[in-house]
Design a protein around this ligand. Structure first.
Ligand SMILES: C[S@@+](CC[C@H](N)C(=O)[O-])C[C@H]1O[C@@H](n2cnc3c(N)ncnc32)[C@H](O)[C@@H]1O
Length: 248
């Protein structure tokens, strides 16, 4: 059974596309007439010119809005499209789930004529995020295990490559791992945690002590004291990255 058939049932409750991040991703696909969205999930960040969504989990496909692009149940490793059939490929927060990364990237290159855009994160930065560093070391280990280094991705892809930071707004509406950097209470909510793969894939018992400490620090005011430098910020570079590859 696909992982997201097990953990994806509440995905849409907490994982809605953030409009500022969507604008950055859609901007990277500007001028591309057709897009394949690989690991499309429920359709977050899918640009309007998407002609096909590739997604292995029926549970995730079932959460796609009715007006979204047609979806086929398939994986990145075997994209059911002919060679050079789309202008661009998008892979948003998915490459860390592929069971054969190199095969998936080779497939993206095979079906794409012009550009590949990957939304991912850089663990060398996320590992210092206060939640993982100070409260949940077990989730940080999961993050380290899940991460695909940016260098690994860029090393597998031909052409001109740019890597852009994707700042996380203070009121980010997509509940990924660092979304609540200024709203620590959110991490105490089990439904919020269920939408974050680094939490969902960490044994719950390994999170109990850290979450209890976080609860106590929020209640006593010591979280606000310790992280007061974050409180007036409007966005944070928490390590999310957009890799934009113009194929040769
Ligand atoms: C965190 S979700 C991201 C979904 C969506 N792209 C987004 O940005 O919200 C990761 C998705 O990758 C999918 N996935 C897992 N293994 C995959 C594979 N081998 N090929 C393509 N997609 C895969 C999962 O089923 C899940 O829907």
């Amino acid at each position: 059974m696909a992982l997201y058939d097990q953990v994806g049932s509440t995905y849409s409750a907490t994982r809605r596309p953030d409009p500022r991040i969507a604008a950055q991703i859609h901007g990277a696909l500007d001028g591309m007439g057709s897009v394949v969205n690989i690991g499309a999930g429920a359709g977050s960040y899918e640009p309007p010119q998407t002609m096909l969504a590739i997604e292995p989990s029926a549970v995730m496909i079932g959460q796609r809005p009715p007006e979204s692009a047609p979806a086929v149940r398939a994986t990145a490793e075997a994209i059911p499209l002919p060679d050079d059939s789309v202008d661009a490929a998008l892979a948003s927060l998915t490459v860390h789930h592929w069971h054969d990364l190199r095969a998936g990237l080779a497939e993206a290159v095979r079906v794409t004529r012009r550009r590949i855009v990957i939304f991912t994160w850089d663990h060398t930065i996320t590992r210092n995020f206060w939640l993982l560093d100070d409260y949940l070391p077990a989730a940080r280990e999961t993050d380290a295990r899940l991460t695909v280094p940016v260098d690994t991705l860029t090393g597998c892809l031909p052409g001109r490559i740019r890597v852009e930071p994707v700042p996380v707004p203070a009121d980010c509406v997509d509940g990924f791992a660092a979304a609540y950097w200024q709203r620590p209470e959110a991490y105490l909510d089990a439904t919020v945690r269920a939408g974050m793969s680094l939490m969902a894939l960490t044994p719950p018992a390994d999170l109990v002590d850290g979450l209890e400490r976080l609860r106590a620090d929020i209640a006593s005011g010591s979280w606000r004291m310790r992280y007061r430098s974050l409180l007036n910020r409007r966005s944070l570079d928490a390590g999310y990255r957009l890799i934009i590859v113009d194929l040769p």
